[in-house]
Design a protein around this ligand. Structure first.
Ligand code: ZN
Length: 263
């Protein structure tokens, strides 16, 4: 299966967000969750493109629609899924999954997803037919919208936090393709970004290069050029700032912090 997975909502030009907020922020939570869903699907041999609206660009939610629909309808996908969280002044709780009226495949996905969330301890609010949401009605492939839980309900958010992203992603994966991910069992694994080392002062260059050599990764000076600022988020950066009073202290602290040396 080729899956289009979008994160509902966006951050607008003025910094406002079109999503709901409570104990967790809907948009922020789902942006963090999406790579876990992608990894879960890929573990079963499916492909998944995560689509997140550019941040700080749009002035209203309608532009989100204009951004996502051409991608979703490009012919490259079998299923469209969008991640949301519900909200209702703290009262409502549980999971519901929305699908297009009469779409049997959408209904099957929605039912599976609701059951998977029920198995995790969330209330099963059921599959709901909705014809008024563009991500479901204006998309050509079968489309579903996950309202995974209520972001303003304490029970739901506590449970989601306790379970962790891998479990929530697994339930969504099961909904979409009918199988749980084929990941290593055990504690929650992080979605890994490539590591790099970065330093600011020239005096710390030797330390930075040593750490990078030990970690077998690249080393950049933080000058806005070697690694442009807009690419920083793609890396797990081990940053060599002034970690101690002297260069020697910094070197020592860096070895402790980034290499786990017991010195
Ligand atoms: Zn939403």
């Amino acid at each position: 299966m080729r899956i289009f997975l979008s994160v509902g909502h966006s951050i607008l030009r003025g910094g406002g967000c079109t999503s709901a907020s409570g104990y967790v922020n809907e948009y922020k939570y789902n942006k963090e969750l999406a790579p876990y869903v992608k990894r879960a699907l890929e573990s079963l041999g499916h492909t998944c493109d995560v689509v997140v609206c550019p941040e700080g660009k749009f002035t209203n939610w309608k532009q989100e629609r204009g951004y996502k629909l051409p991608i979703a309808n490009s012919g490259r996908y079998d299923i469209v899924g969008e991640l949301h969280l519900n909200a209702s002044n703290g009262v409502g709780h549980g999971m519901e999954c929305l699908y297009y009226p009469g779409d049997q495949r959408g209904l099957a996905i929605a039912n599976r997803a609701c059951k998977a969330f029920q198995d995790l301890g969330f209330k099963n609010r059921g599959a709901k037919a909705r014809g008024d949401l563009y991500i479901i009605s204006a998309t050509k492939p079968t489309a579903v919208l996950f309202e995974s839980f209520f972001c303003d309900n304490k029970h739901d958010t506590d449970l989601a936090k306790k379970l962790g992203f891998d479990k929530i992603a697994g339930a969504i994966c099961y909904g979409l393709v009918g199988q749980y991910p084929n990941l290593n069992k055990g504690s929650e694994t992080k979605v890994n970004k490539p590591v790099c080392v970065m330093y600011f002062r020239d005096g710390n260059k030797t330390t930075a290069e040593f750490i990078a050599q030990q970690l077998n990764c690249k080393c950049y000076k933080d000058n806005g050029k070697d690694l442009p600022n807009n690419e920083h988020s793609k890396y797990d950066i081990k940053y060599i700032g002034d970690l101690g009073k002297t260069r020697q202290d910094t070197a020592k602290e860096a070895c402790k912090r980034f290499l786990g040396w017991n010195i």
